[in-house]
Design a protein around this ligand. Structure first.
Ligand SMILES: Nc1nc2c(ncn2[C@@H]2O[C@H](COP(=O)(O)OP(=O)(O)OP(=O)(O)O)[C@@H](O)[C@H]2O)c(=O)[nH]1
Length: 692
């Protein structure tokens, strides 16, 4: 018995295969695609039913046949290419130690996200999902959509297919001209040339960051030849073995993370200074955590080795305890002993920086218009707005039309770090640029555009957009919406910063919180330390999209304001169990806070009076908001909560009052708390029910 293929019958009936398939399906005759075969009875049945139906033109048929032919050919080709690329892909992935992509054996529970534009070809969709395009064509045909690999399908159909493969689908946003300009087109490998590394120095207070930077600048041969005149432009260039290294002049992880939070990650290598006589200190740990979060390579400079009390081995032991095992002990942390004061080991340190730079394979394309980042900017008398730019790719030249944030201009003059006028600045080079219309902001990206008119136009457009953007500003992850973000697939890793009153609590919280990781979300404590929540913590949270958990500590006022601005979620707890329960509940989507704390005001204790029969009364000045007689209060000493309770008495002079406003003095007696001290902050708050 001969078998008829769907497309043959379609031709016979002058129908498109798509129409025929849908009719067959209506008749409960299940066929998958145009290549499926039909039994004779089925052919007869359909012929009977469709005999009188309108005819399809010959051209449509011709086209369809051609498509099918082309389709089959391309399928074979695609299959070949696909197999090849898959083999290559998996090898490469293995090498890069990345998660294996796609495939027959892909993990079932892995969350896969795909971004699909308004229109894309079957081939593009197949590449995005790393599946065989033939499979997609089959699925589309089954839906009655006849396409070939190179034909476009719309977002809706592509999304349906992607969902069948278990992908979570995101729609690619249409980018406007500004965004397109900001997006850098990747360079061809052949156009890339090595560029100098950009280095930031970090470390604990007084461990010698500034001295080390000075020593580095002074050992520099070129500098000596030049007579050693440095001009402060925010970064300096040193040369060793004919190779350049760029040092950012503002040491410390605060500046580093603040830039990162603004999306300006310019540091290639970090030099962590640890004093050999003092060892690893709290800010050393903080710096390490900031660097780890940014995933930047780090070299340790063990400083002050000239001191008789220096103990480099102790530093190495302490570093090892933090997971930074020195190379000489079998690890991969480069440690260089130095003395900034006595000029020992500086050259060695510079050589190590070059070595790491080489391993990092830092490259850029000097032969194209520049892109860079503003690292400092100010208004200077006689010069107008000046800004230091670090060129990150391309070359900046005199006369270039530039755009940085909402500021535009034309490069009128450029000065290098030695104060010399220069005409062009290549990759990694810091230069002071004159010619901006206004003072740009540090952290702004600088791009070169075709002419000044365009730069001005774009700057103005950006100003308008800025207001909108301010509103739409990327909402960081918060505990309340964690669950929906997990479901959307936008959160796979939840970063947390822990600040607590004692180290024991930091450790306990860290352990219990990290244990909550499941297959959907990995919880990672990126930083944990003792003390109040600072602006730096908020910046780190902002840069790493983290939530801050404060245990028995409070945010500093500036940190609180910054958190609001940066949309960083700060959660404060007094009981470890509650913190853990909240995160657990948030991960399951069950977190429904019924009450919210509303701050009323803050008062500073300026004097403490002993009132016989009553106890201690705090003479206070209301710094902000107001203090209510019936408000809940907490006493905060150096950022740490020392007591929580109620007000026992609130007085203005001798009179009992119901409230005291900002800017007034008052006497506050605290219920069951006598240990009040000068300098304490009394925070007044109320619990408000949150409507569901
Ligand atoms: N003996 C000795 N003293 C050093 C060395 N390096 C720095 N110092 C001293 O250590 C002190 C602190 O050095 P700075 O360079 O100011 O340290 P810093 O890390 O920049 O300090 P902050 O900017 O306050 O964080 C100064 O008194 C320096 O003279 C060194 O190699 N040996």
């Amino acid at each position: 018995m001969s078998k008829t293929r769907v497309y043959e019958l379609a031709k016979e009936l002058n129908l498109s295969s798509k129409d025929l398939i849908s009719k067959l399906n209506d008749l409960d005759i299940k066929v998958k695609n145009h290549m499926s075969t039909l039994e004779d009875e089925e052919v007869e049945l359909i012929m009977d039913l469709l005999r009188d139906k309108p005819q399809q033109t010959e051209e449509v048929h011709q086209k369809e046949e051609e498509d099918i032919f082309e389709d089959n050919l391309e399928d074979i080709e695609e299959e070949r290419v696909y197999k090849k690329s898959f083999k290559k892909g998996s090898k490469k992935n293995k090498k890069n130690n990345k998660k294996a992509v796609l495939t027959e054996e892909k993990e079932e529970d892995e969350i896969k996200i795909i971004t699909i534009p308004e229109f894309l070809t079957v081939k593009e969709l197949a590449e995005k999902m790393k599946v065989n395009p033939t499979e997609i064509i089959k699925k589309l045909i089954a839906k009655g959509i006849m396409v070939t690999v190179n034909q476009q399908i719309d977002f809706e159909n592509a999304a349906k297919i992607a969902e069948e493969y278990g992908f979570l689908v995101d729609k690619e946003e249409v980018k406007d001209e500004l965004e397109m300009l900001l997006e850098e087109t990747p360079d061809d490998e052949k156009d890339l040339q090595p560029r100098p590394p950009i280095v930031t120095v970090m470390g604990h207070v007084d461990h010698g960051k500034t001295s080390l930077l000075d020593a580095i600048r002074n050992t520099n041969v070129t500098m000596k030849e030049m007579g050693g005149i440095t001009q402060h432009i925010g970064a300096s260039v040193v040369e060793i073995n004919d190779k350049k290294i760029v040092f950012l002049d503002t040491p410390g992880h605060e500046a580093f993370t603040a830039m990162r939070a603004r999306g300006a990650s310019i540091t290639d290598i970090v030099v962590l200074v640890v004093a050999a006589d003092d060892g690893v200190m709290p800010q050393t740990v903080e710096a390490i955590n900031h660097v780890k979060a940014a995933n930047v390579p780090m070299i340790v400079a063990i400083n002050k080795i000239d001191l008789p009390t220096a103990n480099p081995d102790r530093v190495k032991t302490e570093l090892s305890e933090l997971g930074l095992v020195p190379e000489e002990w079998g690890g991969n942390t480069i440690c260089v002993p130095v003395s900034a004061k006595k000029n020992i080991g500086i050259d060695n340190l510079l050589e190590m920086i070059l070595l790491v730079a080489e391993m990092e394979d830092l490259k850029a394309n000097p032969n194209k218009p520049a892109r860079g980042t503003i690292i400092e900017a100010k208004l200077e008398k006689g010069k107008g707005p000046v800004a230091t730019v670090i060129v990150q790719n391309g070359t900046l030249q005199i006369g270039d039309a530039i755009l940085a944030g909402t500021v535009y201009g034309k490069v009128r003059a450029m000065l290098d770090d030695k104060g010399r006028r220069i005409k062009k600045a290549g990759p990694s080079m810091p230069v002071e640029v004159l010619g901006f219309s206004e003072v740009p902001e540090a952290g702004d990206k600088l791009i070169v555009v075709e002419d000044e008119k365009k730069a001005r136009e774009l700057a103005e457009r950006r100003k308008e957009l800025q207001k909108e953007m301010e509103l739409k500003r990327k909402q960081k992850v918060s505990l309340e919406d964690l669950f929906s973000q997990i479901q959307e697939g936008s959160v796979k890793e939840l970063n947390i910063i822990i600040k607590a009153d004692v180290q024991g609590s930091v450790e306990a919280l860290k352990k219990s919180i990290e244990d909550l990781s499941n297959e959907e979300v990995r919880i990672k404590v990126i930083h944990g330390a003792v003390g109040a929540i600072t602006e730096t913590d908020v910046m780190l949270a902002s840069a790493s999209n983290a939530i801050i958990i404060g245990f028995n500590v409070r945010p500093e006022t500036n940190a609180k304001n910054l958190a609001e601005k940066e949309k960083v979620d700060i959660k404060l707890y007094r009981i470890i169990y509650e913190a853990i329960e909240d995160i657990k509940a948030a991960m399951k989507g069950l977190l429904e806070p019924k009450y919210k704390e509303v701050e009323l005001g803050r008062a500073e204790v300026r004097a403490v009076f002993r009132v016989p029969g009553v106890g201690n009364v705090a003479g206070c000045y209301v710094l902000s908001g107001k203090i209510l007689r019936n408000s809940d209060i907490r006493v905060v000493r150096d950022g740490i909560v020392v007591y929580e309770g109620k007000i026992a008495s609130l007085k203005r002079f001798k009179d009992d009052v119901r409230e005291v406003q900002q800017g007034f003095e008052c006497g506050i007696g605290i219920d069951r708390f006598n240990d009040i001290k000068e300098g304490d902050i009394i925070e007044a708050y109320q619990m408000e029910e949150i409507p569901r």
